[in-house]
Design a protein around this ligand. Structure first.
Ligand code: RB5
Length: 151
């Protein structure tokens, strides 16, 4: 499974910890930056992960910023992305099972690293259940088709 990962300066340390965790667990990850705690703009990095996932270069994405909110807003602007901003393992698992989420967003200033890595594990180990959830995800896709202008 290929994982695209990125952060801004506010999520840089957490992104580095997640990168180590992914390598230890045998995941193939690609880091889209940022590469230091120097101030950057989170849309530039969130967009790269969202495009990698939407374009099929990666199966799933993980994006960190200070709160996890800004990168979630950005990722969800990209057609095909269902980004879930999670603070707990139950939500992370449900995001995969019920919502077929393909991007996880996390806040370094909100979560301790131990919990954050457990959330990552729950997200990666979850799988889409389909069934009664499929028509709901289809409705999300229909909304996307209605309002998203490809540019
Ligand atoms: C950067 O200071 C901060 O605004 C950013 O990391 C994020 O929390 C935005 O949502």
């Amino acid at each position: 499974m290929k994982i695209a990962i990125a952060s801004d300066h506010g999520g840089f340390r957490l992104k580095e910890q997640i990168k180590v965790y992914l390598a230890e667990q045998g995941y193939d990850s690609h880091d889209y930056g940022t590469m230091s705690e120097a101030s950057v703009d989170y849309p530039d990095f969130a967009l790269q992960v969202a495009e990698a996932v939407a374009g099929g270069t990666a199966d799933l994405g993980i994006i960190c910023c200070g709160t996890g909110i800004g990168v979630s807003i950005v990722a969800n602007k990209v057609p095909g992305i269902r980004a879930a901003h999670c603070h707990d393992t139950f939500s992370a698992r449900m995001a995969r099972e019920h919502n077929d989420a393909n991007v996880l967003t996390l806040g370094q200033r909100v979560l301790g690293p131990g919990l954050a890595l457990e959330i990552v594990a729950a997200f990666l180990q979850g799988s889409y259940a389909g069934g009664r959830h499929a028509c709901r995800v289809d409705k999300i896709k229909a909304i996307e088709r209605k309002y998203c202008v490809q540019g």
